[in-house]
Structure formats: structure tokens, C-alpha cells
Design a protein around this ligand. Sequence first.
Ligand code: SF4
Length: 161
Amino acid sequence: MVLEWIYDLTYALLKPFKKFLKPNSFAEKAMISIEKVGKGVVFDCQMCGQCILHSTGMVCSMNCPKNLRNGPCGGVRLNGHCEVKPEQTCVWVKIYEGSLASPKYGSEIMWIQPPVDRTLQDSSSWVNLLHGIDQKMKTVWQTQDEKDALEPIFRGSNEKE
Ligand code: SF4
């Protein structure tokens, strides 16, 4: 998927500038503006500051009316629409479809995501990623071995499509 490629490219381009892209710096303020516009237009980003887009089929999970980071909930309708907003397709249906179309990161939909850290709201997710600020809670929810074990399960379900 081209969005996965853009994600990898953006990370590669930003990484050398890590020492300039510090939390609470002018550079972070600039990044926040860029993310608000760029990710806002493309992903309807809600600026949670701890982006998991590449783990959710390049669909922003924060647009789920319940803000679920692990979904779907039990209320998704038979037609794949949202329980809360019946007029819209369930965000987690879109995430599932996006994950199937994501050869590199699609299997990460199997990962258990930690709760949203609301203290990071409206900060730069790229700055937080570069400095590991968004990683603090992640390792306590699922070990890397458990994550690795899920990859072939996902790929197996993908092949049945
Ligand atoms: S997961 Fe967070 S940072 Fe990423 S697009 Fe959604 S709201 Fe924005």
C-alpha cells in the first residue's frame, strides 16, 4: 500500500533531525501544524499524539465514536455500519479492510494496543515516536514474542481472501 511506503519514507526523512525535533520545542510546534493539516486532510487525524495508523490499516481509530484502540466493539451492525452512528461504516471494518490491503504492517491489527494516553493529546505524534514517548505503555500489553506469533495467523487469514 502506498501509504505504508509514505509512512516509512517520512520516518526515514525525520529520523536524522531527531535532535532538533524535541518535545515542547519550536520545531515540535511546526510539526503539530503540519500534522494537523496533512494528517487531518488525509486521515481525519484527531491529534492523539500516539499514532497507530500503520497498525490499523492506515485508518485512524480515533474516529471511532467510542475511540476504541482495539476493536471492533460488539455493536457493529450486520451491514458493517456503526452502532453509534448508523449512517457511517464502522471504523473498525475500514481498519480490517485496510489491514488486509497492507502487506507490510497489516498484521499489526492483531496487536493489543494500550489505552490512549490523554496527556499526549495535541502533541506531535512524530516527535513522540522519535523520542519513544508514545512507547512507554506499549510493552506491558503484549510481548514481542506474542506479537510475532500473531503474524502468521493474520497472514493465514489473509490468504483465504
Ligand atoms: S492515531 Fe492519533 S495521531 Fe494517528 S491519525 Fe489518529 S488521531 Fe492522528
